[in-house]
Design a protein around this ligand. Structure first.
Ligand SMILES: Cc1cc2nc3c(=O)[nH]c(=O)nc-3n(C[C@H](O)[C@H](O)[C@H](O)COP(=O)(O)OP(=O)(O)OC[C@H]3O[C@@H](n4cnc5c(N)ncnc54)[C@H](O)[C@@H]3O)c2cc1C
Length: 323
């Protein structure tokens, strides 16, 4: 492991200052430290943000403001989350293991890097790790790769379960720049598709600190999170669906659907949601939703199985949510 400096400021202003000097934030460290051991990421200075008093959770405007260093365990256990945002609690509990969730944080979970094995293997080419070097995944082992939103430069997936639920819940992210200036970013604007620059994964600038995640008041009481994976626990999603629906008089009044395991970012398709809205639930409708969702899918050979899998899981999720 490459030697590095370590600072643990108690004030945000000191953290910003360390970031301005090129420091990289570390929260739970469950992803970043692994990447440092492999020398995939080699920051000169780690700025530990665990003492910054960012681990609160409060009710604001009928919604929630979730501190960036609140652990995934504490977030999943919060009674307001369990009652009003069960899709989030279930997504969190479907991720990693109890020990990891005790360390992993809200901000770190959003910014965790892909689990593409070629990204982690420094003996292979990876445009995300080393821009311009090529993509060993293309033509390689592609069981855990993207079928939507990928590019000829990168087919890696975004791995977070939590982010899928947050996408369905219309979350926004509070950020402070290295000069301390605050701003808010809607989750879809946080993540970038790979295009020709897969190493640039988010709209954050160096030194930007995520301070909180905001959830609007819950808009749908029918919430489901379903994750398909190779093992029953402690495994990333082959596919996941987060659904937030509201029913009125037997019809779908509102539908928000987000997908993990399909794309380089938590995926949402407004065309699918519009197709479902104001309709009476039926198998035919749900099958059509799957077809529309995957109309533009371009799976690498190893991930072709995800197309029929997604259609079946989506149908099952929508059936459960509307019954
Ligand atoms: C064995 C294993 C299995 C796992 N399984 C799953 C799974 O099934 N589903 C799932 O979703 N996840 C899974 N994970 C990933 C886990 O959820 C993440 O590692 C964790 O959420 C990252 O949070 P952290 O606080 O430890 O981040 P860190 O490792 O501390 O940081 C991650 C990145 O975020 C940046 N960062 C952290 N906080 C901030 C902030 N506030 N502002 C700006 N930048 C910040 C860091 O600089 C770094 O680049 C698994 C991890 C492991 C090791």
């Amino acid at each position: 492991m490459k030697p590095f400096d370590y600072v643990r400021p108690g004030e945000r202003s000191s953290a910003h200052e360390a970031a301005r000097d090129g420091g990289r934030y570390v929260a739970g460290g469950t992803n970043l430290i692994d990447l440092m051991k492999l020398e995939v990421m080699t920051p000169d200075t780690l700025v530990d943000i665990s003492r910054l008093d960012l681990d609160g959770i409060e009710t604001v405007d009928g919604g929630l403001r979730i501190g960036a260093t609140l652990t995934n365990s504490d977030l999943a256990a919060d009674p307001r989350v369990r009652r009003d945002y069960p899709v989030l609690a279930r997504a969190l509990l479907a991720g990693a293991s109890g020990q990891l969730r005790n360390k992993a944080t809200t901000g770190g979970n959003l910014l965790q890097r892909t689990r593409c094995p070629y990204f982690y293997d420094t003996d292979t080419n990876c445009n995300k790790r080393t821009p311009g070097s090529g993509c060993a995944a293309i033509g390689g082992e592609t069981r855990n790769h993207a079928v939507l939103g990928a590019s000829e430069h990168c087919i890696a997936l975004h791995p977070s379960d939590m982010a899928v639920a947050l996408r369905a819940l219309d979350a926004t992210v509070e950020v402070e720049g290295p000069d301390g200036a605050p701003r808010e970013i809607a989750l879809p604007d946080l993540y970038r598709l790979p295009g020709a620059t897969p190493h640039i994964e988010t709209s954050l600038a160096p030194g930007d600190l995520i301070t909180a995640v905001r959830l609007p008041a819950p808009s749908g009481d029918r919430q489901v999170y379903r994750k398909v994976r190779d093992r029953a626990s402690y495994a990333f999603a082959l596919l996941s669906v987060g659904a937030v629906l509201r029913m009125e008089n037997g019809r779908i009044a509102q539908a928000a659907l987000a997908f993990g395991g399909l794309a380089p970012q938590p995926w949402r398709d407004r065309e699918v949601e519009a197709l479902l809205t104001a309709e009476t639930p039926s198998d035919a409708l749900f099958e059509k939703a799957g077809e529309v969702l995957l109309a533009k899918a371009d799976p690498p050979p190893g991930a072709a199985f995800k197309l029929p899998l997604t259609k079946r899981v989506l149908k099952a999720v929508l059936t459960e949510a509307t019954q």
